[in-house]
Ligand binder design. Structure first.
Ligand code: PNS
Length: 161
């Protein structure tokens, strides 16, 4: 069984992430979306909320599941028999950092990182940019899965109270 992970913060999951997950699910037998727990960063959604939204949106894919991890990604991969890390590359701006992480991860445990070229319709998307636009009332239709958009708008409204 070839198992791959798609790691990230997913605060929250976007349609761009979802595109990468679906493509990873065609390559690997099983894909685990792993949410990185960062104790120094609280985020818009807590880890449980992020995982709940992820579980909802990957429900149609039988070979995708959701988990979380703390510490080094390579340690999670080793402990869970993961053969590859799959990442989306949006543009050259992603490249330097992603290559650096891929090379470091390879040095640590010889795990492979596979890059999926993000669908151009999503190449400008990031969770933080979507949150900024939504906070100031901009149109974010079509950028997030519907249920995630509802939750984000509700959270922004709560935070403004
Ligand atoms: O969605 P993000 O925040 O860009 O994801 C970055 C993430 C979580 C994939 C990366 O920071 C990571 O792998 N963190 C876990 C800690 C780790 O393994 N660091 C060494 C990376 S070479």
């Amino acid at each position: 069984m070839r198992r791959a992970v798609c790691p990230g913060s997913f605060d929250p999951v976007t349609n761009g992430h979802l595109d990468v997950f679906a493509r990873a699910a065609k390559i690997a037998d099983e894909v685990v979306i792993v949410v990185a727990i960062n104790k120094n960063k609280s985020g818009t959604f807590n880890i449980e909320e992020r995982m709940e939204m992820l579980r909802e949106v990957v429900a149609p894919y039988p070979n995708i599941r959701v988990d979380s991890f703390m510490g080094l990604l390579v340690d999670y991969c080793k402990a869970n028999d993961v053969q590859a890390i799959v990442k989306g590359l949006r543009a050259v701006t992603d490249f330097d950092y992603e290559l650096q992480m891929a090379q470091m991860n390879y040095r640590l445990t010889e795990i492979e990182t596979l890059f999926v070229s993000t669908n151009p319709i999503y190449s400008y998307l990031s969770s933080s940019l979507i949150k900024e636009v939504a906070t100031y009332g901009g149109d974010i239709d079509g950028l997030l899965p519907g249920s995630v958009q509802e939750r984000l708008l509700a959270r922004i409204a709560e935070n403004k109270k």
